[in-house]
Design a protein around this ligand. Sequence first.
Ligand code: AHG
Ligand code: MN
Ligand code: MN
Length: 328
Amino acid sequence: MSHTDLASFLRQHQINGQPAPSELISLIEEVAATCVTISGLVAGGALTGVLGSRGVENVQGEVQKELDVLSNDLLLNNLEASPQLSAMASEEMEEIYPAKTRGPYLLLFDPLDGSSNIDINVSIGTIFSVLKAPGGAPDTQAFLQAGKHQVAAGYTVYGPQTMLVLTLGAGVFGFTLNPADGLWVLTAETMQIPADTQEFAINMSNMRHWAPPVRAYIDDCLAGKDGPRGKDFNMRWIAAMVADVHRIMCRGGVFMYPWDKREPDKAGKLRLMYEANPMSFLVEQAGGKSIAASAGRMLDVTPTGLHQRVPVILGSRNEVEKIESYGV
Ligand code: AHG
Ligand code: MN
Ligand code: MN
């Protein structure tokens, strides 16, 4: 087992034959250090007072949990003075948050993904995305860049182990937190998603609200060996995108959160800038595929709003292409 920690990894890491920019390395280290703190709070549960709800709604119209707010505040407070940053944007805040300096990068995050899992001791995580700051005073428009322009993306999963999964555009690398010394140790190099799978992740309770192509695809999976797919499928749904995507990173599968007719004017539940884009960058870097349903490649979607929602279909390449063939 290698004992390369995150700092040494980043200093050796090459992107197209070049070392990673030192400002980007510092920024990732700062985000990762904050996630160590969040991980400590999560692990303490009731002992650290992080369970329960604030009883207020965020900009997404969702009731904020205590840990949503604490994680958001930790990221803001720890990073606002970062010389690497020009501004931040968060799922939990209506407006962008200018940093104290005009550094070269913009940081976007879902500070706590999988909020409904917090109080029941099931995996949750933090998702982040890094874009180049276009220069000048930061404004919302500066953030509205297609996902293909991300220079880094990653997530942490606070589960049986705390892990950080990261890309700087040259492969995907996994690190496990050693709680004894707070170091992230490289434990998974160049993670690859198998092209084929017999496992899907979707919230089946929404079946009656799905569009017909989604229904047709899942019906064919459920028909198993005797159906048109000629093989049995397994299903998983953790209700935290980080945990579902992490499983797919480790053993393949597809994850779907499609449009449905519960709220027909919403394109989907998940957010393009804080969830879909960073995860799609990681998935593509691991050889998988990610689409915004019929709108095509997720990373090509031009954002129109900071809190824009999208339908999400991602995971094992051949299976995502199969889903596309149903006309989703
Ligand atoms: P968040 O906790 O950041 O609001 O995100 C939750 C998201 C995503 O992580 C998960 O896949 C999905 O919501 C679960 O939705 P359902 O409760 O509708 O299954
Ligand atoms: Mn989320
Ligand atoms: Mn969240």
